[in-house]
Design a protein around this ligand. Structure first.
Ligand code: GRF
Length: 200
C-alpha cells in the first residue's frame, strides 16, 4: 500500500476522484496528506471531510525552492512515497522534481504533447481541433513535458465553449488519474532514462 501526497490549489475535483478510488479495498495506494498553497482551496475541505491530514503552505514571499523544501519536509514527515499534482498551480523547482523523480505525477487537460501550459480549452477550440482529452504524466523540470503514463480523449463539438469542453475533459480526468496512480503504485509503470516504461 503506497502512501500518496496530493498537491492542490483549487476546488479539487481530481482529488475527490482519487479519494474515492483509494477507498476501494484492493486499491494499492492511500492518500495520507493533502497540501495546498491556497488556504481557501475547496479541496482542503474535501480532504478534511474524508479524514485526511491537510496542510496549507502559502508561497508568498518565498523563493520557489524554499517553498518546495517546506512541502518536501511535510511530505517526508507523512511518509509519502508518491506525489500527485491535482490542479496545483505552482511551477516546481528543479530541486523538487529531482527529489521526487519517478514518484511525481500530474494531470493535464490536453492530449500532450499538444497544448502544454494554461488556457488549454480556449486554444484547442480556437485551433478547430476535433479531439481533445487529458494526460497523466511523470513530472520533469520542463513544464508539462514529462513522459505520458495514460491518456483519454473526448470529442470537441462545434459551438463548444471552453467551460463546456473543460467539463467534458474533466469526466475523463476523473477516470484517468486513479487508473494511472494504480499503475504507478503497482510498479507497472516507471520512469527510466526519461521514458515511461510499462511492465506486467
Ligand atoms: C484539471 O483540469 C487538471 O487537469 C488541471 O487543473 C484542473 C484541476 O481541477 N491540472 P480540479 O481542482 O481537480 O477540479
Amino acid at each position: 500500500m503506497k502512501k500518496v501526497g496530493v498537491l492542490i490549489s483549487g476546488r479539487g475535483s481530481n482529488l475527490r476522484a482519487l479519494i474515492a478510488a483509494t477507498r476501494i479495498p484492493d486499491f494499492p495506494a492511500r492518500i495520507v496528506l493533502v497540501i495546498s498553497n491556497i488556504a481557501e482551496a475547496g479541496g482542503l475541505a474535501r480532504a478534511t471531510e474524508a479524514g485526511i491530514q491537510t496542510c496549507c503552505i502559502p508561497h508568498h514571499g518565498k523563493t520557489r525552492e524554499a517553498f518546495d523544501r517546506e512541502m518536501d519536509v511535510q511530505l517526508k514527515q507523512a511518509g509519502v512515497e508518491i506525489v500527485c499534482l491535482a490542479g496545483f498551480m505552482r511551477i516546481l523547482s528543479d530541486w523538487f522534481t529531482r527529489q521526487w523523480q519517478g514518484r511525481l505525477i500530474n494531470i493535464h487537460p490536453s492530449l500532450l504533447p499538444a497544448y502544454k501550459g494554461t488556457r488549454v480549452h480556449e486554444r484547442v477550440i480556437a485551433a478547430g481541433e476535433a479531439l481533445s482529452g487529458a494526460s497523466v504524466h511523470f513530472v520533469v523540470p520542463e513544464l508539462d513535458a514529462g513522459p505520458v503514463i495514460a491518456q483519454g480523449s473526448v470529442p470537441v463539438h462545434p459551438g463548444d465553449s471552453p467551460d463546456v469542453l473543460a467539463a467534458r475533459v474533466l469526466t475523463v480526468e476523473h477516470q484517468l488519474y486513479p487508473a494511472a496512480l494504480r499503475l504507478l503504485a503497482e510498479g507497472k509503470v516507471r520512469l527510466e532514462q526519461g521514458l515511461a516504461v510499462f511492465s506486467g
